[in-house]
Ligand binder design. Structure first.
Ligand code: NAP
Length: 498
């Protein structure tokens, strides 16, 4: 069994930037302090990163504000070409990005490479959107005036991103903002700042002007971002993370009536109907559950299986879950990495323990893997009562609770019985049923006979407490554009000009 050579890891880590990036330059924190980034598969420190203070946050917004006017005037083609260069640079450095992500976040290298391809694709997609920002010119219905509608960049943005997809969650915001002509301040998660810093280096190399992107890792998220949210120069907040923090940020944003985009938590149902192709549903279910080790907002959180196929589905699904190999993500044998930290693993353990107390049966797994690192066994629970906490909260780990239903109406009712509405998955061979689900499920996204729906060309986002706004697709750039209307008097009213 071979692992990434420790020398390769050390050499890479010695090249990843560890400073703050403000106004086109790397600098230390105003306090001189730094914090450790930890490898979740060993619990050991990988690097020390500058820890931004509120003063640094203000310097970052100063730079973004100063750069905004000039950046908005940059030709769209220039913005497009910077994004295209960044896409090519990230793609050329796939191994570096993948290893950095695996080291700080834990997922197996093959999955990290998948995220590099997915994250880079937002750069390419929005490089293609930048020159296509359009307006319109029309005649008012009464024929008197002309109506000119133009799209303008929103202005300086603040981005707050989570640790679970350290590259893609950043490019999903940065790329459309660059395309639209907005400047920005990015605060990546303190658990995984290295990937964001490597991406910043790429933008520097791609020729992004000073002040357009400013990056401020910090251990004091609220203290550093709070004053920026209250600053009238900021015009937009885009947040990806938990519903709990998102709700608080929406309230804080009310003061300046900030535009907000919120990509929040989910509680995805994975529904298997009696007419489904069961082997395909098992494969899709494994993807939907185990991608990113279950640490995904779109992870299948509840398996709802028709009672007539429950035994067949569960037997095959348990077999596949039992075949996973938890190991450090750099190990070629690894098919599932550790959870990101001790607190996350403790939460998963307590959800499983409570479900068992509530009457659930463990079909496989059910225990943390002894250290080092924060590994948890891939787990399947059956007979979970509807009231169990595990069915009503985001698990964010490799645990699949399976419950059964009898009718389509019951499945839809169960699927919708949650305050969340990010994504649903359904396996069925009946086209009319699939279309009924597309109309009846309260969700931002729906996978039909598909365990993964994320795609940079599609609008990603949720309804209810899963969020506001969409990232990716044609819709993604609209989050960074304001609509300005110009009313013009009838050009034919004065015949002298004719
Ligand atoms: P989190 O605790 O809400 O943190 C997300 C980000 O917010 C981090 O950068 C965090 O900083 C920052 N933060 C925390 N408290 C803050 C505050 N008071 N003010 C300003 N920023 C604050 O979520 P997480 O545990 O990192 O991520 C998991 C959650 O993200 C899950 O609920 C998942 O569903 C959701 N998610 C949603 C999507 C989507 O597109 N819908 C995608 C991925 C993840 P620090 O970490 O540095 O403290």
């Amino acid at each position: 069994m071979t692992m990434t050579a420790p020398d390769t890891e050390r050499e890479l880590l010695s090249r990843v930037p560890t400073g703050l990036y403000i106004d086109g330059g790397w600098r230390q924190s105003a306090s001189g302090r730094s914090f450790a980034v930890v490898d979740p598969s060993t619990g050991e420190a990988l690097a020390q990163v500058a820890d931004a203070t509120p003063e640094d946050g203000e310097a970052a917004l100063d730079a973004a504000h100063r750069a905004q006017k000039g950046w908005a005037k940059t030709p769209p083609r220039v913005r497009a070409e910077i994004l295209r260069r960044a896409f090519e640079l990230v793609t050329a450095r796939v191994d570096e990005f993948a290893l950095t992500m695996t080291l700080e976040m834990g997922k197996p290298l093959a999955e990290s490479r998948g995220e590099v391809a997915y994250g880079a694709e937002f750069l390419r997609w929005f490089s293609e959107e930048a020159p296509r920002i359009a307006g319109r010119y029309s005649t008012a219905p009464d024929g008197a005036n002309r109506l000119l509608v133009v799209k303008r960049p929103v202005g300086p943005c603040l981005f707050i991103t989570p640790w679970n997809f350290p590259l893609a969650m950043a490019t999903r915001k940065i790329a459309p903002a660059i395309a639209a002509g907005c400047t920005m301040v990015l605060k990546p998660a303190a658990l995984t700042p290295l990937t964001a810093l490597l991406l910043t280096q790429v933008f520097e190399e791609a020729g992004l002007p000073a002040g357009v992107l400013n990056v401020i890792p910090t251990t004091r998220a609220g203290a550093v971002t709070g004053p920026l949210i209250r600053d009238p120069r900021l015009r937009k907040l885009s947040f990806t993370g938990s519903t709990e923090v998102g709700r608080r940020l929406i309230a804080d944003s009310a003061e300046q009536v900030l535009r907000v985009s919120m990509e929040l938590g989910g509680n995805a149902p994975f529904i298997v109907f009696d007419d489904a192709d069961i082997p395909a549903a098992v494969t899709g279910g494994i993807l939907a559950k185990m991608r990113n080790g279950g640490e995904a907002c779109v992870a299948a959180n509840r398996f709802l299986v028709h009672e007539s196929v429950a035994e067949e589905f569960t037997t095959a699904f348990v077999e596949r879950m039992a075949a996973f190999t938890p190991a450090r993500g750099t190990d070629p044998e690894s098919t599932v990495g550790p959870l990101v930290d001790e607190a996350t693993r403790n939460k998963v353990s307590s959800l499983v323990a409570e479900a068992i107390e509530d009457g659930a049966t463990v079909a496989v797994g059910g225990q943390p893997v002894p250290g080092p690192g924060y590994f948890y066994q891939p787990t399947v629970l059956t007979g979970v009562p509807a009231s169990a906490r595990i069915l009503n909260e985001e698990i964010f780990g490799p645990v699949a609770p399976i419950t059964t239903f009898r009718t389509e109406a019951e499945a839809i009712e169960l699927a919708n019985a949650t305050p969340f509405g990010l994504v649903c998955f359904a396996y069925t061979a009946d086209l009319n049923r699939a279309l009924r689900l597309a109309e009846e499920l309260d969700t931002g996204m729906l996978g039909i006979n598909a365990g993964v729906v994320s795609n940079p060309a599609a609008p990603f986002g949720g309804v209810k407490q899963s969020g506001l706004g969409r990232e990716g697709g044609f819709e993604g750039i609209d989050e960074y554009l304001e609509t300005r209307y110009v009313g013009i008097a009838d050009p034919f009213a004065s015949t002298e000009d004719a």
